[in-house]
Design a binder for this molecule. Sequence first.
Ligand SMILES: [Zn+2]
Length: 293
Amino acid sequence: MMMNYDILEKKLIDIAKKISSQSNKQNTLSVSLVPIANRLGADIFLQFVNKPFRDAQISLNKPYKITLFRKSLDGIETSCKITSRDEKTITMRERFSVAHELGHLIAYNNLQIEPTLPSDKSEYWKQEKLAHSFARKLLLPEALITNWLNNNDVITINDCYKFASKLRVTLHVLSRSVCEHKKKFGFLKLVSGINEKSGKKILKVEDSICSGEFALPKHHAHILNEELVQILDSNQANYHQLNNWCFDKEYNQNNYKISWIKRIVGYASVNHRYLKIQEKYDTFWILFEHVET
Ligand SMILES: [Zn+2]
């Protein structure tokens, strides 16, 4: 059966908004996921495995079971049920996974969307996108985000960090929502690395988030500009150094329309360890402001 995914997405988002506005926030801003899952008939399990092959999965046979996979640090493979009391042991990334799986559950139960096999790639990714949209709306109650944006004329990347941790969502989730509401903003997530040919330091674009109106360098693009690499790599980059930074022709050669990027309004670095590859990378987030011309 042909599905109209735009309509389904709107329906799913409406359900997410409703659930999230009704959720008990227990004196915090973060949405409590365990009670929501339980109300929908699902239990959440945290499973420690030596080789996590995926982030999470849901079994759509009753009783519904969401399993989060986390790398075992002591080699022991074990599993435990997550109750409301220990919800805080779930990481922000894992919270997104739970919300995503709940999206699949509601799509299945309320919108009659049959799960697809990953081999049906096109259908599979459409459903993944649905579950992602659901998760973002569930974790970021609309009223909170609009309040926050309305009360802050100027936002910095550090404000975003603080607000995201209050809501217990990753900066990535918040950034998507910020760009949806304020079209002038864009975010770049950069990872430091070495150019294999030249041996020089480069910044790789791991992700770029902006509203649909303009373009940013996409995943895997490299920032070759040595000056910017040095500034960000020095760990002493300050607002003034970055304030008037503009990207230059390098990108336009690759057909990235980013000449509009007027200034960097903030930057933050985090030490980030990717367990899968056991290498340490520095991750930088940059918030751009698109200045109207
Ligand atoms: Zn999924």
